[in-house]
Design a protein around this ligand. Structure first.
Ligand code: TRP
Length: 332
């Protein structure tokens, strides 16, 4: 049985890029896999988080996932810190992974920047915790973006070394699931930069909490060039902003870029943007409304997450027991 695990950090300002690049794919995976989805608050605190913001963002991410169609009765949706097994297995993996492996992680280098000495120890062992997330459930497939592929490789190395050191076949070798076209949504202000929650300009992104008027305004103000839309994908070369908007339309309408261009060949951006805004509103509107409803009284989301945590603990328990046995820990 194939089992999916994926994690998302509870950082505020979820945007269209998060939805089209991750959340929507997770919803689709429910049809073919047993899915375990986790809000990774323990990963979030590897860099400073304001406690109130963290709590708010944790609920917001969970609400977005539920609103987007992740069914918490069929799947397991929970918060990492509510399942102690993640920390327990991560410690064991801290003792399996080699310093040399962690030293090669490009994300640590990027996030720690010039002030490496001042980065938290947690940020350094972040990939070990990620490996623990996945392997605690013996997940076989992990949907991730390009930026997480190296961490997933490390999870495979850890699984392999653990199995080898102890002469067991306990952990499976996880495979990444990388998604196809249009998962990279770029900034509305600069078609060469990824849409990001940390961009100073709110006009660079469409937040999942934006209402219809905000969506219309942001798309109307999106950067473009003065030429009309080309008839073929080749005509988008060197036109990063045009390419991004066409890609967005394609992703939202479940079409290819070529199909979108067939429909809009020769159109001016004013007309295309109007169509794109209406499509975005149509797709995001219901999600947006459901998110607002869920967040108005967090007790429902909290209850869903608590039930998910219980289920996750039950799933993790036998694996953890196996690990204890193999490592030589006495059972509690
Ligand atoms: N590191 C991932 C990110 O920043 C989040 C994450 C944590 C994750 N644990 C995971 C993703 C396990 C997949 C599987 O996007």
């Amino acid at each position: 049985m194939n089992r999916i695990f994926s994690g998302v950090q509870p950082t505020g300002n979820l945007h269209l890029g998060n939805y089209l690049g991750a959340i929507r794919n997770w919803v689709r995976l429910q049809q073919d896999y047993e899915c375990i989805y986790c809000v990774v608050d323990m990963h979030a605190i590897t860099v400073w988080q304001d406690p109130r913001e963290l709590r708010k963002s944790t609920r917001e991410v969970a609400a977005a996932m539920i609103a987007a169609g992740i069914d918490p009765r069929r799947n397991t949706l929970f918060i990492q810190s509510q399942v102690p097994g993640h920390a327990q297995l991560a410690w064991i993996f801290n003792c399996v992974a080699r310093l040399g492996w962690l030293n090669r992680m490009t994300q640590f280098k990027e996030k720690a920047g010039k002030h490496r000495e001042n980065a938290s120890a947690g940020l350094y062992v972040y990939p070990n915790l990620m490996a623990a997330d996945i392997l605690l459930y013996k997940a076989t497939h992990v949907p991730v973006g390009e930026d997480q592929k190296q961490h997933l490789e490390l999870a495979r190395d850890i699984a392999q070394k653990f199995n080898g050191d102890f002469g067991v076949e306990l952990f499976p070798l996880v495979e990444p699931l990388i998604f196809g076209e249009a998962t990279r949504v770029m900034s509305l202000r600069d078609g060469t930069k990824k849409m990001s929650k940390s961009d100073a300009s709110d006009f660079s992104r469409i937040n999942l909490t934006d209402d219809a008027d905000a969506i219309r305004l942001k798309i109307r103000r999106a950067k473009t060039d003065p030429d009309p839309l080309p008839g073929t994908v080749a005509g988008l070369a060197g036109r990063a902003e045009a390419d991004n908007l066409v890609g967005l339309y394609a992703a939202l309408a479940d079409l290819t870029r070529a199909q979108v261009l067939e429909r809009f060949e020769g159109a001016m951006f004013s007309r295309f943007k109007e169509a794109l805004a209406e499509l975005t509103i149509e797709r995001i509107g219901p999600l947006n409304a459901e998110m607002k409803r869920l967040l108005a009284d967090p007790s429902e989301v909290d209850a869903v997450l608590r039930a998910g945590g219980e289920r996750a603990r039950a799933r993790a328990e036998p694996v953890l027991r196996e690990v204890y046995e193999v490592v030589g820990f006495l059972s509690p």
